[in-house]
Design a protein around this ligand. Structure first.
Ligand SMILES: [Fe+2]
Length: 328
């Protein structure tokens, strides 16, 4: 396939990715991981749910942990520029043959929910409760000092369908991987806000979340986090890295939370805001693609992901021997 061209004429305007919900089996253990160790800030807490934000975020939450008897992922959230965008998105999604509903979500005003064509639950909102910036309250920064949510990365069993659907919503591809010497697409990175990506996809058993990522100020923050994890009982939660992806140029670390949900700690990508940014094509066999420095990804990182709630993953429509194709 070829990558669709950029669209700037959508009748609605998605600003960026915003937040995710994770269903967790031991809320106390998840709190220790995300708050005590990674340093996310608690903005609301009940016996059954914890709302969290990172230190530069003025939105009320970028991650919601919900107590559950099953580990899973809820809706992936996106922010739109204007309230009227929500109504125009509802028309668009209905025109795509997708079901939509209006949800009453705490700390968010009108929230539109749907499920994308490949089975990923998504939601859109315009206004979320706003909070004072914590960026320069350095005395309150803890643990991993996560600064902001950066992207989602998902397995999809229909990569072409996923890329074309999100392009119809105005997302633009920055980089992609093909099977060597062919135009068979194996993974793609798509953005709305001028970064390398808000959202990435890899062809595989899907839909599943491969990881969600938080941005940190510099690579040394990742080294400090590794020392912290190694000496506070989280060494076994370190899965891959640190390293540098060829794709995106990111300095990365992948860790697993107590439920096995994967979190990437991410830094050092580049700006892709130009309207004429040409998508960069990688051959799958390029040794620089997944890790510039060489070490292969562990099997768990290649194969494992978190299911979305209410969605049963299934094998790709097109066979893909894509070991290591997901990245960044
Ligand atoms: Fe990533």
């Amino acid at each position: 396939m070829s990558i669709p061209g950029p669209r700037y004429d959508t009748p609605f305007n998605i600003a960026r990715l915003s937040h995710a919900t994770l269903y967790v089996r031991d809320l106390d253990a998840s709190r220790r991981f995300y708050v005590d160790m990674l340093g996310l800030l608690v903005t609301h807490e009940t016996a059954d749910a914890i709302h969290l934000r990172a230190i530069e975020e003025r939105n009320h939450h970028s991650l919601v942990l919900v107590r559950s008897d099953r580990s899973a992922v809820g809706h992936l959230g996106y922010k739109v520029h204007a309230e009227a965008d929500l109504d125009r998105l509802e028309s668009f999604l209905s025109g795509e043959g997708l079901t939509t509903s209006w949800a009453d979500v705490p700390f968010q005003e009108r929230t539109l929910r749907s499920v994308d064509p490949q089975g990923i639950p998504i939601e859109f909102y315009h206004r979320m409760e706003r909070l004072p910036s914590m960026l320069q309250r350095y005395g309150d920064h803890r643990g991993g000092k996560l600064q902001r949510i950066d992207h989602f990365n998902c397995f999809t069993n229909d990569l072409q369908g996923s890329v074309e659907f999100y392009h119809r919503m105005g997302f633009r591809t920055t980089e992609y991987t093909v099977r060597d010497g062919t135009d068979v697409l194996l993974s793609a990175w798509l953005q709305r806000r001028g970064s390398v990506h808000d959202l990435a996809f890899a062809l595989g058993v899907g839909p599943r979340l491969h990881h969600l990522a938080f941005w940190v100020a510099n690579p040394l923050s990742i080294i400090d986090l590794l020392d912290l994890m190694a000496t506070t009982g989280y060494q076994a939660n370190i899965e891959r890295g640190p390293g540098r992806h060829g794709i995106s140029n990111a300095f990365f670390l992948y860790i697993r939370d107590p439920d096995g949900h994967r979190v990437e700690i991410y830094n050092a990508d580049y700006s892709a805001i130009d309207h004429d940014h040409e998508p960069l094509c990688w051959q799958f066999g390029d040794p620089l693609r997944s890790c510039l420095w060489g070490p292969a990804a562990p099997r768990s990182w290649v194969e494992e992901g978190s299911p979305f709630i209410g969605q049963e993953p299934s094998a790709p429509l097109v066979f893909a021997d894509h070991t290591g194709s997901v990245a960044a």
